[in-house]
Each structure stands twice: as structure tokens, then as C-alpha cells.
Design a protein around this ligand. Sequence first.
Ligand SMILES: [Ca+2]
Ligand SMILES: [Ca+2]
Length: 573
Amino acid sequence: MKQFIRFFSGLALICLFGAVGQLNGQVLLYDNFNYPAGEFLTDHNWLQQQTTATFPIAVGTENLSYSGYVGSGIGNSAVLGIEGQDVFRGFTKQTLPGNLYMSFMVKVTAATATGDYFIAFKESSTSTTNSNYRGRVWVKSDGGSNIAFGITKGAMTSPMVPNYSGTTYALNTTYLLVVKYIRLDGDPNDSVKLFINPVAGSPEPSSAAVINPDIDSGTDLTGLGSVLLRQGTNGSSPTVIVDGVRVSKSWQTALNVSDISTLSDLKVDGTTIYGFSPTIFNYNDTVPSGQTSVLLTSATSCAAATSTTNAATSIPGISTIQVTAETGTSTSTYTVTHAYEFFMISVSIAPASSGAVSGGGVVGGGLPTTLTASPNAGYIFENWTENGNIIGTTPVLTIPAVLGNHDIVCHFVASSNTFTVTAMPNPVDGGTITGSGNVTSGGNITLTATENPGFIFDNWTESGNVLGSNQSLTLTNVQANHSIVANFHYVDFINDQVKTGINVIAGTESISLRSSSVILDLCIYSMDGRVAYKARPNTNSVIVPSGTWMSGTYILKARASDRVFTQKVIIIK
Ligand SMILES: [Ca+2]
Ligand SMILES: [Ca+2]
């Protein structure tokens, strides 16, 4: 048992109302007997009731179908006959008040005139000795090939007298039956209905084929928690094939696919995660020091939903559980962050009500986190500060690995009082500019131009007008947006300031250059100033063919990404 706090984040309350509306769409149990024929139901999620183990209930080869029914035509079936073993399969126990539906297909191959019941709800989900059965479904014959279905709420006083339909149904025919158990607080007030061959996809009929009111004296059970398959009493047992058993809280999902994609439980290392709720999708899990992996288990709210778990492979790490509804359309993803410790990223907004920040909160130690600023109308983002220091100037702030608590302020400024000053170098590789950004009305802003190798700064212009020729430009009393250009020109001096790192070999047929950095521009001039060769190689190694050139002295100028280079070259033929 872990003795530490499991944090959780309540991020999903907005989903609460939708989830409440969906609760009746849960499928609590469904079984299409999609198991190998001949195997016993006790091999497949069913438990033996009481101690009788003779004539165990097995999976049959026949697969029942009913047009439009969700459990139609899947897998095999269960075959019940002579008195012997009974079995039950549990579901999440349902307490008062509420309606519970049990739908299934049945094909009766033999029945007695005495009649007997073969399926019912049972009180306990797990107890093999609990024998409180409710909503018992009976079948009897007229002595020939006609049969009737009946229902009792509970254990009738002897002799058992179910309410039966007319003997208008036939042996060896597949029927869809739906038991509705109406459970109310107090007694006697529960009742049961049996629908025979309802139309799948249609609303619940206003009247059932058979109704049995609460005429027994039993008090309310603690709930209903399983489905019982019963092989009857010697001499009265029918032989039935049961298939597509489905327990649900609504008529709709008793007969049709469910669209619920939530979890009913989420365990980490065997313990339900602190604060679990089906409608909370993000959790934080503090892992004990030294533990390097986690085991996740979960249960879906709807038995017919499916889930896929991807557990974190290291700590800190994140696990996800994706749940897909029976419909295949609705999905939910639950996320668990595992870490040895958690830190708090506190974010405040300045000034108040000027914007919002997403992200922050509790973050696992060592994991990254991202804050995203969104200004309210009338404001623009300015910067992030922590302890008075600017730590970011773009609206998205990422902390690569959170190793402590943070108290971050997101600053916005009123857009009506703020102007943006942008600055671009011309040409784009002529140099760099610092200092551009937002400035409040009437404020000052200073731009600084820095030359790239080979370039010289000329001046600042805006819309073609020269603003200054100092490498530092200050705009005062800013009252508008500005788009400033810093102009540079390429230097054509013979003696450049930086000239190392490029090797030149001049032969009779070619001149080869090899540079430690990429050669961007290459120009070779004759001594009278004419261009003999010009190229933009964009590579570290260049070979210039010079076989047709006259003997003489040439000036070679190369501009690499980090330097410029000028050298005289003598070509001797
Ligand atoms: Ca089946
Ligand atoms: Ca009651």
C-alpha cells in the first residue's frame, strides 16, 4: 500500500452534464458467447452457482440471430438443459431506485407443461451462495410444439405461478426477450415486465407481453449484481439456447450499441488513483523513490466499450488510456502523469483581466511544460517575468524540464496604447538588428545594427526616407507603428579585415579553394578591374576552370559565412 499523496487535476468538470445524460447508456454486461464450442462457461467469466457441478453449462455451436439486435450473430451460444450446474456472471451492482434491462435471444428446443425458469437477475455480483433471484424468465409448453414465456418478480410462494403469455410461440424458433426490472424504494412496489420480440431501434413499447407486479412479500434486495443461467428442476427443465445476453440501464442500449466511452475505474499499481471520476481525464501520480515502472489497470463504464493502455516506460513519464465506445465513434483519453515529485507552476496576469494563460499548475518533476498567453480584446502580449526578470518575449513559453516551483507573471499591455516597431536588414544577410518590439505610446525605443562579415552599415530608412546613419537609432515619443530598414553594403576593399581559413591553390588549368566554412560569394577580377569569374558556390570547396585565361595577376575575393577573404593569384601558362 502506497503511503503518499496522489495528486489529481480536476480539468474535466465541463463534461459532467453530458456524462450524467449518458449514464443510462451504460452496458453493464454483455456476452455473445464468442468462445470455442464445447468449452464451459466457467472458463469464460461465469461462476458456478452453489456446489452442483454436474452437467456443466457449455458453449454450443449454434449462434442465434435476431434482426437488428446488437448481440445478433456473434460467436456461439450457451446451451441449458437437464438439471445440473447453474452459473452466473457479475456486473457492477445496481442499487435502488432504477430500471434494469436484461435482453437476450433464446431458442427453446424442448419445454415441459410444468414450466420452469432458466434466466434471472441475481442480487450478488460475486457470491456463489447468494440465491436471491429477481426477474425470472419461464417457459412452458402446451404439451405440443407451442410454448409460452412467463415472468415472476422473485421467488413465488409454492406453487410458483408465473404470469405467462399465451402459448403462441413455437419451439426451435429464435426470440428476442427483454426483462425490465423496475426497482423502487420500499415494498411492495417493484415490478417486472417481459417484452417478447420487440423491434430493435424502436422506442420501448408502452405495454409488455407479460407483466408481474410485486405480489411477493420479499423486501427490497441490496441491489442486482449478476445474471443467472439456470438449468431448472428435474422433470420441469426446458432445453434452451441462450445468446447475446446484455444488461443495460436503458431500453435504447438494451437493444442497440452504446456510445459511452468513459472509465469506471483507473488503478495504478493496484490502487484506484486518488480523486478518480469517470469525467476527470487528467491525473498526477507520485511514484515512490526507486520505483521505475508503473502498472495501470482500468475498467470501462460500459462493458461493451474497449480500451487501450499505453503505460509510461520510465519515470517521469505519462501513461494514456484510450476508451472507444461500442459505437466506435465516441472516444475518451485519460492521462496519468507519473513523477517522483510534483511542482507548482503559478501564473498570474498583469494587469488583471488583460488576458489568460493556458498551462501551468501541477507539473511532474523533470517533465517539460508550456505556457501559452492569450490577450483579451484591447491588449497584446508583452513578456513573461519571474522574480522581476524577463524570461520570455513570445506568447509561448516552454520550460524544458521543471525542477522546482515557479511563480511567473504574464504581462499584457493595452493595444490601443501600444505600437510595434519592426526592423529588417537589407540585404537580409547584411547584418542583424536588436531592440525591435512593442513600445507604449510616447515611449522610446532604440535599435542597434551589427554588421555581418564583409558588410558595412549604411543607414536606417523608413519608406525610403533616411532616419540616421549611426548604428544605433533611437525613436522617441513613438505614436505609430514603424517598419524600419537597416541598409548595409558589401565591402569591395582589396585588403579585408578577416582573411584566414580559406586555402587557394592556383594551377595552370584551375584555381581551387577550400574553406572551413561555406563560401557564399566568389569573384575573381583581372588587374584592370574586369570580372573574370563570378559565382555563388554555397559550398566549402570550389574549383574554378582557368585554362583559357591569360597569364597574369588576378584578385580573388571570397565571402564565406563567417569571414571574407581577398588574395592575389598569379597564373603562369
Ligand atoms: Ca452468439
Ligand atoms: Ca421496492
